[in-house]
Design a protein around this ligand. Structure first.
Ligand code: FAD
Length: 404
C-alpha cells in the first residue's frame, strides 16, 4: 500500500479545523477540509478569547476582523452570590506589557468561523468540502487513505497526513482507536441568554458567581444586531426533564429570582450541554493527528476549550508543514503531542477543574478562605499579575514552549 498524495486532509470545519487548514495552506501545503454538515454550524458555544489565542490568529488577519464586532473585556470578576463583599475584580491592563491584546475578546464562535472560512476560501491551495462526513482512515509509511460519505456515496481520497479536528465525538479519534481518558460531570449545564444589561446591576462583562447550590456565569456577547446581549450558564440536575427546565415561565422565574426587576425578561435562547474532562492518550497515531475537542474536552469555566484548540492548531501548523516539506523528521510531530498534551493536562484540565470547585465549594470555611485569598490576590498588583498570566493562558503557552 502506498498513499503518496501530497495534500493534508483535515476533518471538521469547526474553528480548529478551519484554522489548521488555513495555516497549512499559507505554509504552501495543499489541504482538503471535509465537513459533515452542509454549512458551518451555528450554536451558542465558545465566545471568550484569551490573549495568546488572539495572537495566534492575528497573522492570518482573523483577529483584526474579530475586533470589528467583538467586545474587548478588560475587567472580569469572581464573586459570591450570597456575600456581596466577596468580589475579586481582575484588570487585564496589568499584563498590557505582555500582549497586544490585554483583554478577553467576546465574540460568538459562530461569528468567528465565517471569518475564518472567508479567509480560507481565498487560499488557492485549500479545497473545502461541505456535506462530506469522514468515515474511515488507513495509513502506511507514506500516507493516509481517507473515506468520506456524501449523500450515501463513499469517496476515497489519499493524503500525506490526516488531522482530526472533528469535535468531541471525533470519528477520527475512534477510527485510530485512541483512548479518550477522563470523566463526565454528573450535572448538565443550562445556557440561556437575555437582552437585559447586567452591567446596570454592577456585574462585569465577564463574571463568575460562586454558589454551592447553583453557581452562575455571565458573559456579555456582541450578537449580530445593534445591541449586545448576555449569556448565562448554570448547572442543572439530570433528573428534571429538559423541557421542564427550559419552559419559558420557569426560565423567566429563574431570571427574576437571580436579579429581580419590574419588567419581564426577554429570553433569547436556551440549551443544555454535558460537560467532560477528557484527554486523548496521544494526539498522534502515525500520520494521523488530533486537535481541538477531538483531542481534549474540559468544562467551560475559564473559557479554555476553544482557546486551547486554536493553540493546538497554531502549534501543529509549522511542525506539520516542516515534516511535509521534508525539512524536519516526523519526530517533530511527537513534540506537538508532548507540548500540547502537557499544556492541556497541567493547565487546561487542572485550572478548569479548580475553577469549577471554587464556584461550587460547599464548606463555608473553605469558601471564606478561598474568597479572602482571591480578593487579596486581586488587590495586590504583583499577585494579580501572576494570577492573570495563568488565567489568560500565557503560562500555558510558556509551559508548552518549554517542552522538548
Ligand atoms: C455551551 C458551550 C460553551 C462553551 N464556551 C466556551 C468558551 O467560552 N471558551 C472556550 O474556549 N470554549 C468554550 N466551549 C468549547 C468550544 O465550543 C469547543 O472547544 C470548540 O467548539 C472546539 O472547536 P473544534 O473545532 O475542536 O470542534 P467543533 O467546534 O465541535 O467542530 C468540529 C466540526 O467537525 C464536524 N464533524 C464532526 N464529525 C465529523 C465527521 N465525521 N466528518 C466531518 N466533519 C465532522 C462538526 O460538524 C463540526 O463542524 C464551549 C462549549 C460549549 C458546548
Amino acid at each position: 500500500m502506498s498513499f503518496a498524495a501530497r495534500r493534508v486532509i483535515v476533518a471538521g470545519a469547526g474553528p480548529v479545523g478551519l484554522m489548521t487548514a488555513l495555516g497549512l495552506a499559507r505554509e504552501g501545503v495543499p489541504v482538503l477540509l471535509i465537513e459533515q454538515e452542509p454549512a458551518l454550524t451555528v450554536d451558542l458555544r465558545a465566545g471568550s478569547y484569551h490573549p495568546p489565542t488572539l495572537e495566534a490568529m492575528a497573522p492570518y488577519g482573523i483577529t483584526d476582523r474579530m475586533h470589528e464586532r467583538g467586545i474587548p473585556v478588560r475587567y472580569w470578576s469572581i464573586r459570591d452570590r450570597h456575600n456581596p463583599e466577596w468580589v475579586a475584580l481582575w484588570d487585564l491592563d496589568l499584563i498590557a506589557d505582555l500582549t497586544p491584546y490585554p483583554y478577553r475578546l467576546h465574540l460568538e464562535q459562530h461569528q468567528l468561523t465565517p471569518i475564518m472560512l472567508d479567509i480560507l476560501a481565498r487560499e488557492p491551495l485549500a479545497d473545502v468540502q461541505f456535506g462530506a462526513r469522514f468515515t474511515g482512515v488507513v495509513q502506511d509509511a507514506n500516507g493516509v487513505r481517507v473515506t468520506y460519505e456524501r449523500d450515501g456515496e463513499t469517496t476515497v481520497v489519499d493524503g500525506a497526513f490526516l488531522v482530526g479536528a472533528d469535535g468531541g465525538r471525533s470519528a477520527v479519534r475512534k477510527a485510530i482507536e485512541m483512548p479518550f481518558e477522563g470523566y463526565t460531570w454528573p450535572e448538565r449545564f443550562f445556557v440561556m441568554s437575555t437582552s437585559f444589561d447586567y452591567e446596570s446591576r454592577g456585574y462585569t462583562k465577564n463574571a463568575y458567581i460562586a454558589d454551592p447550590d447553583e453557581w452562575v456565569t455571565l458573559f456579555q456577547m456582541p450578537g449580530e444586531g445593534v445591541s449586545p446581549y448576555w449569556r448565562l450558564v448554570i448547572p442543572t440536575d439530570t433528573d428534571t426533564p429538559e423541557d421542564v427546565i427550559a419552559a419559558p415561565e420557569r426560565v423567566q422565574a429563574w431570571l427574576q429570582g437571580f436579579e429581580p426587576r419590574d419588567e419581564a425578561y426577554q429570553i433569547l435562547y436556551s440549551s443544555f450541554y454535558r460537560v467532560h474532562q477528557r484527554v486523548a492518550q496521544s494526539f498522534r497515531r502515525g500520520r494521523v493527528l488530533l486537535a481541538g475537542d477531538a483531542a481534549h474536552l474540559n468544562n467551560p469555566l475559564g473559557a479554555f476549550g476553544l482557546n486551547s484548540g486554536i493553540q493546538d492548531a497554531a502549534n501543529v501548523i509549522p511542525k506539520l508543514a516542516a515534516v511535509w516539506r521534508g525539512t524536519a523528521g516526523d519526530a517533530l510531530l511527537d513534540v506537538y503531542d508532548r507540548q500540547r498534551r502537557t499544556a492541556t493536562i497541567e493547565f487546561v484540565q487542572a485550572n478548569s477543574i479548580r475553577n469549577k470547585r471554587t464556584l461550587e465549594e460547599r464548606d463555608p470555611a473553605v469558601r471564606k478562605e478561598r474568597f479572602e485569598e482571591l480578593v487579596r490576590t486581586a488587590n495586590t498588583p504583583e499577585l494579580a499579575r501572576a494570577y492573570l498570566i495563568n488565567s489568560s493562558m500565557i503560562a500555558a503557552a510558556r509551559r508548552a514552549a518549554e517542552v522538548a
